[in-house]
Design a protein around this ligand. Sequence first.
Ligand SMILES: [Ca+2]
Length: 276
Amino acid sequence: MATLNAKKRILTLTTLFTWGLLALPLQSLAGNAIANLEYQIIDQQPHPKGLFTQGLLVDGPWIYESSGGYGRSSLVRYKSSDSSMLVEMPLPKNIFAEGLTLLNDRFYLLTWRAGKMLVFDRNWNPLARHDYKGEGWGLTHDGEHLIMSNGTDEITFFTTRPFKAVKAIKLHGGERRWSAINELEYANGILWANRWFSDDVLAIDPNTGEVLARLDFSDIAKQFRVGRGAREKVLNGLAWSEPDQAMWLTGKYWDRRFLVKFPATLEEITLPTAER
Ligand SMILES: [Ca+2]
């Protein structure tokens, strides 16, 4: 039976390779190693390189971005197609902007250690502020809940009205402990997360916290870790583009952003896991 199962598994994987859906290194088939997904760069555009990128999101023709740091945090908007028509709104000096998301015409912005989630309307007029516990790092939503990382391996889900933490998941899988989960992006039932100081983006099951697969963007990221302050110029900022079915990604002080395509549905990602 073991041989038959193994044959079946090889056949299934061969089929996936043939479809061009997945390209898995052989070592990912052993044990509980996390599968590495392949990606393709399908577009690249200038990125305002003064931005200490935190949150990134696509809304229609626009990209919205939050930029961090005390005394220099801001909200930014520019055209997704060519980075033109840039508008930047400085935030109060005591605010360290972190993750940003847009749900039901409201922007939600984290403020790192201040424990305040700021709410703005579409024109960036302040509407409300909510308290959260611990640190606020990355932020996204699944259409119903705000989803927040706090720099650990834990991710918290909030309802918006009332603002309330209703669920938390812990990352697991790959026979290791996960930490420093940062920028988030939810798309097609998958939670994508980048880890601070890592070039990896993880595919996470939002129901269980299981790490399903990994994208290694070191080939893109390493070209930006040069010059003054090289250490700070990490991969940061994930924004799903629905019409492209692809992800914009950039980094802190990067002068480019990249539209990357990869297996991005649960079916494409979980098939190999199910066959193990
Ligand atoms: Ca994002």
